[in-house]
Design a protein around this ligand. Structure first.
Ligand SMILES: NC(=O)C1=CN([C@@H]2O[C@H](COP(=O)(O)OP(=O)(O)OC[C@H]3O[C@@H](n4cnc5c(N)ncnc54)[C@H](OP(=O)(O)O)[C@@H]3O)[C@@H](O)[C@H]2O)C=CC1
Ligand SMILES: CC(=O)[C@@H](O)[C@H](O)COP(=O)(O)O
Ligand SMILES: [Mn+2]
Length: 385
């Protein structure tokens, strides 16, 4: 039985995870849930899955949750960063699904690793921000980090039974995001509503914007570097408009393995939970005949400069990727709030990365300090025009 602690239960990955759990009550149960402030959805989840512990972002959310639950369910309720960590450390959990958004995922992921829990990693910002620290901790504790991000799950699946030394490269596919048909000039006046309309996936707001700027692929390249212990020269990206091929691995004999499927995150979520076995899943099966044709194009680094920047930061290493991530989190948040235009996201992130004086082999404290520095720089950039 997988006894799951789920971080980010009210989000896109969180609700899909609970859908998978519901399909297999004999194999999966929920012992603890963590969310931010969406207490309406959380209350329904608590009533249905009966976790022992629940964490919310604020005291107000905790008060509202108690009111919504009434006498129907009375889980222990924790709050804030401490609450997230408590959920990650829950003594009865043997699997922690990290599906919060942002580098707020670093601390609870490290806490779960410290407790020896298997990690299902959806939260890509964790490895982008603190990859060396997290991977070292997982190695020392013998903890398995199973990728949930669709591309990394695809690569992970393609690597089963293969020897790492036989891999010549991985090829991460990119849909191109909401504005893939626009030129850079045409990006100047795009709206938030347009940016949030991903062509293939229904996801949370932040990752949908990251997909439109191609930062999502940049974060995924860095995530792949840490998950699969590959140098950046062995990590390629390619445009693939339908998101049917979730990623590929090329081996030294030129054989290419790919994992395909209709775009449904429940597949990689369930694979992480059932690994190394597979289980049935109610989802739309892939029909290649109906699809007819799949389309590909070479990645355009001039069109998508944030992907170029992500490779640069990844290769520079140290604190550069934490800064890249934190500046991007703030810039995307400002765009979501309507404070800046779409193209300002990449301008802000580039300026802050250029201004950063990196620290090689950083400690966790140095990573957190770099993250905070980048956030304050990004906010100041906007305040000062
Ligand atoms: N959506 C997808 O298909 C994919 C997502 N990912 C990655 O998975 C992660 C989650 O993405 P997604 O589900 O789309 O995001 P959503 O925005 O849909 O959900 C985010 C979740 O995190 C919670 N949360 C946010 N901040 C905090 C906080 N400070 N403390 C506690 N909980 C918090 C939210 O709570 P609340 O809403 O209650 O405030 C919500 O439950 C991201 O890192 C993303 O890049 C990777 C691949 C695919
Ligand atoms: C579902 C998933 O894993 C997302 O990261 C998705 O890949 C976003 O799509 P693009 O970044 O390719 O637009
Ligand atoms: Mn992805």
């Amino acid at each position: 039985m997988k006894r799951i602690a789920l971080l980010g239960s009210t989000g896109s990955i969180g609700t899909s995870t609970l859908d998978v759990v519901e399909q297999h009550p004999e194999s999966f149960s929920v012992v603890a849930l963590a969310a931010g402030t969406n207490v309406e959805v959380l209350a329904e989840q608590v009533k249905k899955f009966r976790p022992q512990l629940v964490s919310v972002g604020t005291e107000e959310a905790a008060f509202a949750l108690r009111g919504l639950l009434g006498s129907e369910a009375k889980p222990e309720i924790a709050v804030g960063a401490e609450g997230l960590e408590q959920v990650a450390r829950h003594p009865e959990a043997n699997f922690v699904m990290t599906a919060v958004v942002g580098s707020v995922g670093v601390a609870p992921t490290l806490a779960a690793i410290e407790e020896g829990k298997t990690i299902g990693l959806a939260n890509k910002e964790t490895l982008v921000s603190a990859g060396p620290v997290v991977m070292k901790a997982a190695k020392e504790k013998g903890v398995q980090i199973i990728p949930v991000d669709s591309e990394h799950s695809a690569i992970f699946q393609c690597l089963q039974g293969e020897r790492r030394e036989d891999v010549s490269k991985v090829i991460i596919t990119a849909s191109g995001g909401s504005f893939r048909h626009l030129t850079r000039d045409e990006l100047a006046n795009v709206t938030l509503e347009q940016a949030l309309a991903h062509p293939n996936w229904n996801m949370g707001a932040k990752i949908t914007i990251d997909s439109a700027t191609m930062m999502n692929k940049g974060l995924e390249v860095i995530e792949a570097h840490w998950l699969f212990d590959l140098p950046y020269k062995q990590i390629d990206t390619i445009l693939h408009y339908e998101s049917i091929i979730h990623s590929m691995v090329e081996f030294k004999d030129s054989a290419v393995m790919a994992q395909l499927g209709t775009p449904d995150m429940r597949v990689p979520i369930q694979y992480a939970l059932s690994y190394p076995t597979r289980m049935p899943l109610q989802t739309e099966p892939l029909n290649l005949v109906k699809l007819g044709t799949l389309h590909f194009a070479v990645m355009d680094f001039e069109r998508y400069p944030l992907l170029q920047l992500a490779y640069e930061c990844g290769k520079a290493g140290g604190t550069y990727t934490a800064v890249l991530n934190a500046a991007n989190e703030v810039a995307v948040d400002l765009f979501l709030k309507g404070s800046i235009g779409f193209l300002a996201i990449e301008q802000i992130v580039r300026k802050i990365c250029d201004a950063h004086k990196g620290i090689a082999n950083p400690t966790l404290e140095e990573i957190f300090a770099a993250d905070q520095w980048a956030r304050s720089q990004a906010r100041a950039f906007v305040n000062n025009g």
